[in-house]
Design a protein around this ligand. Structure first.
Ligand SMILES: NC(=O)c1ccc[n+]([C@@H]2O[C@H](COP(=O)([O-])OP(=O)(O)OC[C@H]3O[C@@H](n4cnc5c(N)ncnc54)[C@H](OP(=O)(O)O)[C@@H]3O)[C@@H](O)[C@H]2O)c1
Length: 288
């Protein structure tokens, strides 16, 4: 194939990551599929000369370094990194333990940093590459109960990615943030979602309907991850690839609401916001 590229995907054993991996192989690219369970990777993705399955827990920097080394030894380069792996710690902020918050950030924010830190030297040497990080609608606009930990990790991911873009762009390295809406994966199963233990009675009445809501969404999400996988191949082939890809009609609505809310915020206190510089006279006085 003319444009055979080397992809590196985290969390490729299930959910969206597995769909991305299957689509990449089906399109004739080479793939470093990574995950915590390598047996699962090979059983899901099958044997292929274009596949290297490598153990990578994204919270472990040594795993990231070893996986990147193995990738370069096998394929010589890495063209597209997909930071996909994440988890969901759901619950009221006051009921999530500090340890749960740490684990959320370790997997979904620091994890992508660990992997990208290991991959960037390879891409810099190539003077080419594409880092794609899977954020969420919750990384674009938060404000939903039970999502403080997850939204914090995804907002952090977005701030880091947007700033990274400025730093690595001059080396020919592109970055894309992907904001999926609700996609039918395993994210809302007990393998991926951990709920806070009830501990604050003031939340008792609101907790049950929220638990019911999140549990009821599992298996009913409108988005098809196989279609998202094909869309990912499309955006990776665009020149240049997009800064951000909004994945799903539901997330377009979220983005439009966010724009409207920001406009409201600007107008609510525009005069006050724009009245905060030193007065010209005071500045002149200080200079004398
Ligand atoms: N599905 C949605 O509606 C939705 C919406 C917005 C954003 N997203 C984002 O989309 C991405 C994929 O999620 P998904 O929906 O496909 O969820 P999923 O079905 O639960 O898959 C999560 C993947 O992350 C991996 N993972 C978790 N912790 C890991 C770690 N420490 N190291 C390496 N891999 C780890 C899991 O591997 P194991 O098998 O080892 O646990 C699994 O492969 C995530 O970034 C998620 O936040 C999903």
């Amino acid at each position: 194939m003319a444009d055979k590229r080397v992809w590196f995907i985290t969390g490729a054993g299930r959910g969206m990551g597995a769909e991305f991996a299957k689509a990449v192989l089906a399109a004739g690219h080479q793939l470093v599929a990574t995950g915590r369970d390598t047996d699962r990777l090979t059983s899901v993705l099958g044997p292929s000369d274009d596949l290297l399955a490598v153990k990578l827990d994204v919270t472990k920097r040594a795993d990231a370094d070893a996986a990147v080394k193995a990738a370069v030894e096998r394929f010589g380069r890495i063209d597209v990194l997909v930071n996909n792996a994440a988890s969901f710690y759901a619950g009221f902020f006051e009921e999530l333990t500090p340890e749960q918050m740490d684990r959320q950030l370790a997997t979904s924010l620091v994890g992508p940093m660990n992997v990208t830190r290991a991959v960037l030297p390879v891409m810099r040497r190539q003077r080419a590459g594409h880092v794609i990080s899977i954020s969420s609608a919750a990384g674009l606009a938060a404000g939903y109960e039970f999502c403080t930990a997850y939204a914090a990790s995804k907002f952090g991911l977005e701030g880091w990615m947007e700033s990274l873009r400025a730093e690595v762009g001059p080396f020919g390295i592109h970055t894309t943030i992907v904001n999926p809406g609700f996609f039918r994966t395993e994210l809302l199963t007990e393998q991926s979602t951990s709920y806070a233990e009830p501990s604050v009675a003031d939340y008792d009445e609101r907790r049950a309907p929220l638990l019911e809501y999140w549990n009821s969404q599992n298996g009913k999400q409108p988005g098809d991850p196989a279609k998202l996988a094909r869309a990912l191949l499309t955006i990776a082939s665009q020149s240049p690839p997009p800064r951000r890809f909004l994945a799903g009609a539901d997330v377009i609505v979220t983005a439009e609401q966010k724009i409207a809310a920001l406009k409201e915020d600007i107008e609510y206190d525009r005069e006050l916001s724009t009245s905060l510089d030193f007065d010209a006279a005071a500045t002149l006085g200080a200079a004398r």
